[in-house]
Design a protein. Structure first.
Length: 354
């Protein structure tokens, strides 16, 4: 069986690892594990904190019996710059020269302190056609502070791992959730909005015909919901987190009180989602219908959250299941129950099979 790098998702609250194999019928889960992130996470530059992080990752990988040292990792969306930009139609050679000047417009820190990459998403087939509809090409631009990349490389090396690729969380998430069930049958994929609610931020991405066409990050996430609940009820953050997980925002649970406390944060996220959909519609016209919404990230599991977005957006909304690409989903219940948590790690593990 072909063995490629495993996916390692270092989140603010948890660390997830997923190692996949592949068969002619789909992916096979070889190993997975989830642990709590050490308290200082990836933010600390203290050697002691970095050693603690490395030991935690090393122990998790060993416990999961992952038998490869090669790994794909993701950088936190709230610390990177991801943008789909429009440019005049250029050849690959012309684009390689022009992209630096484009990056200067969209990345708000000096490019001397940034590592950035780009990918052409769409380009008119006939570059000689200069009609208004075909005068632009779409390019995905991704940039990350060099210091951030260095920190991840250092922790990986201290953990005894060798990084094969680095990408952003939302790219990995999109890969795991928009994977065709029958990839060899030219399956038409629905235009999808992914709402990935992480601990500190919420990422939005629109996938059309299997390609990313829009992305945006909101500086609000699950931790903000927990803080709102803690403030309203006088709970500790740990207590608020537990109440949030158990009761969610359903009006039928706990007399709807947790949902009421969460409402200001969720309304702010919903407002940004609506703005993003309006922007997308303005740029894509009649061909801009969103056919489904997928909720991902740790907070996607909150009871009633899917109904909240479905009712307010008027679009069918489902909770993410990145395991759908597996040949078999016969796995422990706790893993299946927490499926949205694994979207990034699964997408990273799938990367080598693109």
């Amino acid at each position: 069986m072909k063995q490629l790098p495993f996916g390692l998702d270092i989140g603010a609250h948890t660390i997830k690892a997923v190692w996949l194999g592949a068969s002619k019928n789909g992916f096979i889960l070889q190993a997975t594990n989830m642990i709590q992130t050490p308290s200082k996470g990836m933010l600390s530059q203290s050697p002691l904190d970095q050693e603690e992080m490395a030991r935690a990752i090393q122990s998790m990988v060993s416990e999961a019996r992952i038998k490869t040292k090669y790994v794909n990792i993701a950088l936190p969306e709230n610390q990177v710059y991801t943008k789909v930009i429009e440019m005049p139609v250029l050849s690959d050679k012309e684009l390689s020269s022009a992209i630096y000047w484009e990056a200067e417009q969209y990345i708000p820190i000096p490019l001397s302190n940034v590592m950035f990459d780009y990918k052409v998403l769409s380009r008119p087939f006939d570059m000689q056609i200069k009609s208004e509809q075909q005068s632009k090409m779409e390019v995905l631009l991704v940039g990350a502070p060099s210091s951030l990349v260095s920190s991840y490389q250092k922790i990986a090396a201290m953990s005894g791992l060798s990084i094969v690729s680095i990408e952003t969380e939302i790219l990995a998430t999109a890969r795991s959730l928009i994977y065709p069930i029958n990839p060899d049958q030219n399956q038409k994929l629905p235009t999808t909005l992914i709402i990935s609610i992480g601990a500190v931020s919420t990422s939005l991405v629109i996938i059309k015909n299997g390609l990313l066409v829009f992305t945006y990050t909101i500086p609000l996430g699950g931790s903000a919901i927990s803080r709102a609940i803690a403030s309203d009820f006088g709970f500790t953050l740990d207590q608020a987190e537990e109440y949030k997980k158990v009761y969610g925002i359903s009006k039928q649970n706990f007399e709807g009180k947790i949902g009421k406390a969460s409402e200001p944060v969720l309304t702010s996220i919903l407002t940004e989602v609506r703005k993003s959909l309006a922007f997308y519609k303005d740029n894509h016209g009649e061909d801009s219908t969103i056919q489904q919404v997928i909720l991902s990230g740790g907070s996607a599991k909150l009871p009633g959250l899917d109904l909240f977005f479905a009712e307010n957006l008027g679009i069918e909304t489902v909770v993410a299941n990145p395991w759908k690409a597996l040949v078999s989903q016969q796995m422990p219940k706790d893993i299946l129950d927490n499926s949205p948590d694994y979207s990034i790690a699964v997408g990273l593990a799938m990367r080598g099979y693109d």
